[in-house]
Each structure stands twice: as structure tokens, then as C-alpha cells.
Design a binder for this molecule. Structure first.
Ligand code: PBG
Ligand code: ZN
Length: 322
């Protein structure tokens, strides 16, 4: 393979050749749209740091979900913003909680749209941590039972898949167990398996009112410096019964996506998080880059790294380009 016998430019000279030689094809089937559900009616409250995204009451949530469904996006990921918070996150597993109501409404309207629900405590507790707080400590084992209850209540409301994002140890087994014991053995778990403690969650925390009120999430989310540990985390979740494993965020962790893809046989999801979205949107607004091109390049890169599915706030915009 040396010049001048081999000339890589030969297969780049026109779009037909480029199409034929293309290794990675992004598809609408790869995309999952995150949505923020809030109470009330006719609410469509803009999230300033995430242009094009809103806190949506169920009526409007259904409209956005329809747009996603109509364009062929197979799944949405639901986050709830409850009207009340308390230390035990009881609104997270209430029968008439926001995610439960939104899930019912979505499944009623679009039975074949996959509804994945985020399972965590942080939006539902005043302290904003993803677990039960004892003093200044996040109590791992005390949190497991609550996570299981949340997942169970989502399944009862009709969720097609549950996605724990808390990063407590042992939660996948706990959730698998409660689902299996209650005739929900068919409900898969998408585990946020390698979730890093990231500054890129900033816009999301504004959107979901879930910022920790003291300290940070470093005792449970992963250290950005660690790659081998991601394999241990992911392997644990696989052994506990996860069906899909997620790496999050995506762009600063493409190496992790790639390694997880090589070592694990399950489908790998990558979460192109709020900060990754906000950066492109902000640069686009300033006229500093072509937002659409940056979006497609980013999503293609995440897929090229090995992601089988991509959670992204760009889902609808990207689907329109495909
Ligand atoms: C919380 C949660 C976070 C995200 C999803 N679930 C943020 C956090 O851990 O603080 C981030 C999503 C995003 O930034 O788009 N369990
Ligand atoms: Zn959380």
C-alpha cells in the first residue's frame, strides 16, 4: 500500500465512490430522543441551555413524541420533573407520578413507540443526589430498594424498558429481581453502566432541576481518568442482568465506547449528553461552525466508535437529515 500504486484519493473523487466506500452509516433506527415531562397542561417551557428542548406537560409531550415517531425514531427516554421533592424520593415511584402518567399517555397514543424511563432519585430529592443521603454520605444499599420500586412502578405504568442512571453498586440485580418477581421478566434493563462524573451534564441539571445541593457526584459516578474500570463496571452490570449497556457522556469517551464494544457482546448505547448538544448549539448560534454538519459528524463518530444506539437531543434534527 504505497504511493503511487495506492492512491487513497481514488475512492474519494466523487460522491458515488464515497458512498460505496463508507464504513459507518447512521440510521434513524440508532436514535433515542430524551424528553422532559412536567405536570400541568399546555406547558412548553424552554430550556435556555438546550435550544429546541422544553419541559413538556403530557399534552405537549405527546405532540413531540408524535413528531419523533412519525419520522421513524424508535424510542424516547423519559425524565420526570416532579411537583414535590422529599428525602426518600417518594414521588419517583408514586402511581400518579409524572413519569408514570406520561408513560401511560405515550403508550396509549403510540403503542409501538418504545418508552424507556430513567430510573433515579436526583430529580425527586431536595438534596439532588442520586441516592439516599445519610449525613453527608450517599448510602448505596439503602438506595437499592427505592430504585427497584421506581423501576417496578414504571413497568406497571407500561414502560417498555427501564434505565437506571444512579450508579449505585448492585442496582441492576435488584431491579432485575423485582421485575422478574412481578411478571415483568420481559422488560429489558438499559444500564447506565459506565457513567462518568462529567461537567457536560450542566444543561441537563438546569432542565431537570437535579443539581446536587451539596458536594458532587464523585463518590458514585466514575472518575473521567479511568478506562479499565469502565470494563469492570460494565461487566458487573452484564452479570447482574443488564440487556443494554450505556457509556455516558459520548464524545469525550469515544475510547470507552470502543473498548466496551470490543469486550462485551451486548448492544452498547452511548449518551450524547446535554453539554455536548449545548456546545454545538452555542457555537452555531455564534456563527462559529455549521451546526448541522457538526451534529452529523458527531453522531457518526459515536456510531463509528461502536455505539449501537445513541441517546441524543439531536434525534429529530438528525432524523430529518437522514
Ligand atoms: C441523573 C442524570 C443525569 C443525566 C441523566 N440522568 C445527570 C447527572 O448525573 O447529574 C445527564 C443527561 C444529560 O446531561 O443529557 N441521574
Ligand atoms: Zn440521578
Amino acid at each position: 500500500m504505497i504511493f503511487p500504486e495506492y492512491r487513497p484519493r481514488r475512492l474519494r473523487q466523487n460522491e458515488a465512490f464515497r458512498r460505496m466506500a463508507r464504513e459507518t452509516i447512521l440510521s434513524v433506527n440508532d436514535l433515542i430522543l430524551p424528553l422532559f415531562a412536567i405536570g400541568g397542561r399546555k406547558v412548553k417551557k424552554a430550556i435556555p441551555s438546550m435550544p429546541g428542548h422544553y419541559q413538556l406537560s403530557t399534552d405537549n409531550l405527546v405532540k413531540t413524541a408524535k413528531e419523533a415517531h412519525d419520522i421513524g425514531i424508535p424510542a424516547v427516554m423519559l425524565f420526570g420533573i416532579p411537583d414535590k421533592k422529599d428525602p426518600l424520593a417518594t414521588r419517583a415511584y408514586a402511581k400518579n407520578g409524572i413519569v408514570q402518567k406520561a408513560t401511560k399517555a405515550l403508550k396509549e397514543k403510540f403503542p409501538d413507540l418504545v418508552v424507556i424511563t430513567d430510573v433515579c432519585l436526583c430529580q425527586y430529592t431536595e438534596h439532588g443526589h442520586c441516592g439516599i443521603v445519610e449525613g453527608q454520605i450517599i448510602d448505596n444499599d439503602a438506595t437499592l430498594d427505592i430504585l427497584a420500586r421506581i423501576a417496578f412502578s414504571h413497568a406497571k405504568a407500561g414502560a417498555d424498558m427501564v434505565a437506571p442512571s444512579d450508579m449505585m453498586d448492585g442496582r441492576v440485580a435488584e431491579i432485575r429481581n423485582i421485575l422478574d418477581e412481578n411478571s415483568f421478566s420481559h422488560v429489558p434493563i438499559m444500564s447506565y453502566a459506565a457513567k462518568y462524573c462529567s461537567a457536560y451534564y450542566g444543561p441537563f441539571r438546569q432542565a431537570a432541576h437535579s443539581a446536587p445541593q451539596f458536594g458532587d457526584r464523585r463518590t458514585y459516578q466514575m472518575d473521567p481518568a479511568n478506562a479499565r474500570e469502565a470494563i469492570r463496571e460494565v461487566t458487573m452490570d452484564v452479570e447482574e442482568g443488564a440487556d443494554i449497556i450505556m457509556v455516558k457522556p459520548a464524545l469525550p469517551y469515544l475510547d470507552i465506547i470502543c473498548r466496551v464494544r470490543q469486550e462485551i457482546d451486548l448492544p452498547v448505547a452511548a449518551y450524547n449528553v446535554s453539554g455536548e448538544y449545548a456546545m454545538i448549539k452555542a457555537a452555531e448560534e455564534k456563527g462559529w461552525l455549521d451546526g448541522k454538519k457538526a451534529m452529523m459528524e458527531t453522531l457518526t463518530a459515536i456510531k463509528r466508535a461502536g455505539a449501537d444506539m445513541i441517546l441524543t437531543y439531536f434525534a429529530i434534527d438528525a432524523a430529518k437529515e437522514l
